[in-house]
Design a protein around this ligand. Structure first.
Ligand SMILES: Nc1ncnc2c1ncn2[C@@H]1O[C@H](COP(=O)(O)OP(=O)(O)OP(=O)(O)O)[C@@H](O)[C@H]1O
Length: 266
């Protein structure tokens, strides 16, 4: 059953992802690093949320905790109303396999497999096969229908990322977590990848939670959550890139010297 909660946007929002007071502390030798200092956010079903913040602000940690890849030190994470804290590793694995798609900056493609095999890999691992018409439809949408037999090394960076997006689309996962999905891509490839994620939300009702330090990326989102020093410092609905840049400047997110809580995003 899905959770119905009140968040900062309004009452009774159907939130498919919900984090409440999530803290994550890493031990590093004798000292402790607070990666998340009590984060509370909710992502409405069928929305595209961008987590924006400088390097080291906790974006990856937030996604890892929300996706059940890492466990918070304290606080709760709910996915589709199910509390992840109470799940053992086998249950977490099943939940990730059945409901979650991942897109990483490094694409996570297997070099020995061709494009089609890489796209359908999660289904293959789960002992299932892709619906052939859906597969062709998705490959057309990502512009790779003529590249099914190519291997990753034969593709450009933008094409490789579109393979990773196709994988999240063809498996029709309810929630897609994307960590710097356009890092290293040029403006055109960035636009294509983010356009596909918007389509996943608008046409397939999937929910996307993506992390980036780039205000341009944020402008494709329905909502931006600003993270700094492991804390949510602001939110913006229906952002345009200028507003995001202004808000980041106002919050001083770009002013901190590298090594403390981030650095220059460019
Ligand atoms: N496994 C780990 N062990 C120790 N410290 C860690 C670990 N993972 C992350 N950290 C620390 O936690 C903080 C948040 O890291 P995180 O990777 O979540 O930030 P980020 O905003 O995603 O950064 P980037 O944009 O550079 O990827 C940083 O200070 C980082 O050094």
């Amino acid at each position: 059953m899905d959770t119905e909660r009140t968040n900062t946007e309004g009452k009774g929002v159907d939130e498919i992802v919900r984090l409440d007071s999530v803290r994550k502390t890493y031990r590093s030798g004798t000292s402790a690093v607070v990666a998340l200092g009590g984060v509370t956010i909710g992502c409405p079903r069928g929305s595209l949320t961008a987590i924006i913040g400088p390097s080291g602000s906790g974006k990856s940690t937030l996604l890892q905790c929300a996706a059940g890849l890492d466990r918070p030190t304290s606080g709760t994470v709910l996915l589709g109303g199910e509390e992840l804290n109470g799940l053992d590793e086998a249950a977490l694995l099943k939940l990730r396999r059945d409901r979650i798609g991942f897109i990483f900056q490094t694409f996570n493609l297997l070099p020995a497999l061709d494009v089609e095999e890489n796209v359908t890999l999660p289904l293959t691992l789960a002992g299932r096969t892709a619906d052939p018409s859906l597969l062709v439809d998705v490959m057309r949408r990502v512009g790779l229908v003529d590249y099914m037999r190519h291997r990753p090394f034969e593709l450009s960076a933008g094409q490789r990322q579109r393979v990773a997006v196709a994988r999240a689309l063809v498996t029709r996962r309810e929630v897609i977590f994307a960590d710097e999905p356009t890092g290293g891509l040029d403006a055109r490839a960035t636009d294509e990848v983010l356009g596909l994620l918007q389509e996943a939300v608008r046409e397939s009702g999937q929910t996307v939670l993506m992390a980036s330090h780039d205000p341009l990326v944020a402008s494709y989102a329905d909502r931006v959550v600003f993270l700094s020093g492991g804390r949510v410092v602001d939110e913006l609905n229906l952002p345009v890139d200028r507003a995001v840049i202004q808000r980041m400047t106002h919050l001083g997110i770009w002013d901190r010297p590298p090594g403390t809580d981030g650095g220059n995003p460019s």
